[in-house]
Ligand binder design. Structure first.
Ligand code: NAI
Ligand code: ISE
Length: 337
């Protein structure tokens, strides 16, 4: 039986995921779409050659009996309302990051899901499905490098648009590291601090870029993440975990090696879309298989979305204060253990 998706938000990543569901992964199909820009929704259906209904809003789409799972790819501030409606209707939800733009909003989702009585929600933290990160995690879990002591990582984008603001370095960009790093080392965050190196002349006036974020865990691991969103040369994700007995490093993406004009080189990808394509495919296949076979999604949960939101809020505070800000999480409910 096919899992029927209803898509809320047919913008950039919405269309990517629609293509993925229709052409790459197996066991699912797009049955309905909606977007506040109705023309965009109609065009997405037409361009992808789908047999999907176009609804006027998310409420109507969620009520469609043929929609088993709601894919939320609208703007961040709209996520919470759609996710809550989908939970109330007992539909599975795949929601892109952020789960909600506030920690309180994430907690409302957590409470609604617990009240419903089983997991319905998966958050789009796709790095947990990236082969390199998975291999690192396996090595750490198997004690290959002994106790992890520190992490050094970088999240670099070639450039960002005018509407990218300083806080987005934490809430939109670092959010992926926030989710991945504590998962990698099985630890919880304790504090966050942000410092600003010399500013690049390639960043617009209103933006502080690059930024160095230091996260400290309850177990004492120090993680240093560089966020540099106008690095110019490409989309580059780096991560190295230093342990008591050795080091594991995120492998470079393999691209063709070339020799030309006295250079031995290889290409750096320019876009997250290509860097994490395989991870996106795997996260969707897992969501489809888990919901169909186990009746619950098994990927990053609403609780993981909550952790990211609390940490992100503390990060924005740290950007403003320059101080080490505490990260205070509620106790994890047994429901999510
Ligand atoms: P976008 O602006 O290209 O598309 C968003 C679409 O949602 C637009 O077509 C807009 O009209 C529609 N929309 C907004 N509010 C709506 C509502 N209430 N109901 C229905 N439609 C609504 O944005 P983009 O880049 O596709 O990002 C969407 C989400 O995906 C964001 O939360 C973003 O953070 C996340 N994202 C995640 C990535 C990842 O690596 N996991 C990468 C890029 C984006
Ligand atoms: C974007 O919003 C994402 O979610 C990408 O995965 C990330 O790497 C990129 O830097 C963000 O702008």
């Amino acid at each position: 039986m096919m899992l029927g998706f209803g898509v809320v938000g047919t913008g950039a990543i919405g269309r990517e995921h629609m293509k993925r569901i229709s052409n790459t992964v197996t066991g699912a199909e797009i049955r309905a779409v909606t977007d506040v820009n109705q023309e965009a929704a109609r065009k997405a259906v037409e361009d992808l050659g789908l047999q999907a209904l176009v609804y006027s809003d998310d409420s109507a789409l969620i009520q469609d009996d043929n929609v088993d799972a709601v894919l939320v790819t609208s703007w961040g501030p709209a996520h919470e309302a759609t996710v809550l409606k989908a939970i109330e209707a007992g539909k599975f939800v795949f929601v892109e990051k952020p789960l909600s733009t506030t920690a309180e909003g994430c907690m409302r989702i957590v409470e609604a899901e617990m009240k419903y009585g089983k997991r319905l929600v998966q958050v789009g933290f796709m790095r947990r499905y990236d082969q390199g990160y998975r291999q690192m995690k396996e090595a750490i879990d198997n004690n290959f490098i002994g106790e992890p002591l520190m992490i050094k990582c970088a999240h670099r984008n070639a450039e960002v648009g005018e509407n990218y603001t300083t806080d987005m370095a934490i809430l939109d960009t670092l959010i992926h590291e926030i989710d991945t790093l504590h998962w990698l080392v099985n630890d919880d965050y304790k504090s966050i601090q942000v410092t600003y190196p010399k500013k690049t002349r390639n960043a617009l006036k209103h933006l502080k870029d690059p930024q160095i974020v230091t996260l400290e865990t309850v177990g004492g691991i120090i993680m240093q993440a560089e966020i540099f969103v106008n690095c110019k040369y490409g989309y580059d994700i780096q991560c190295e975990v230093v342990g008591e007995e050795g080091v594991v490093k995120l492998p470079e993406v393999s691209t063709v090696e070339y020799r030309k004009n006295a250079v031995l080189g290889s290409t750096i990808l320019m876009d997250w879309k290509y860097r994490f394509e395989d991870a996106f495919n795997k996260e969707f296949q897992d969501f489809i298989d888990s919901t169909k076979e186990k009746g619950v999604p098994s990927g990053p949960s609403a609780w993981d979305g909550y952790i990211a939101a609390v940490t992100g809020d503390a990060g924005v505070k740290a950007q403003e204060s320059g101080e080490k800000e505490p990260i205070r999480l509620e106790d994890k409910p047994a429901f999510y253990k």
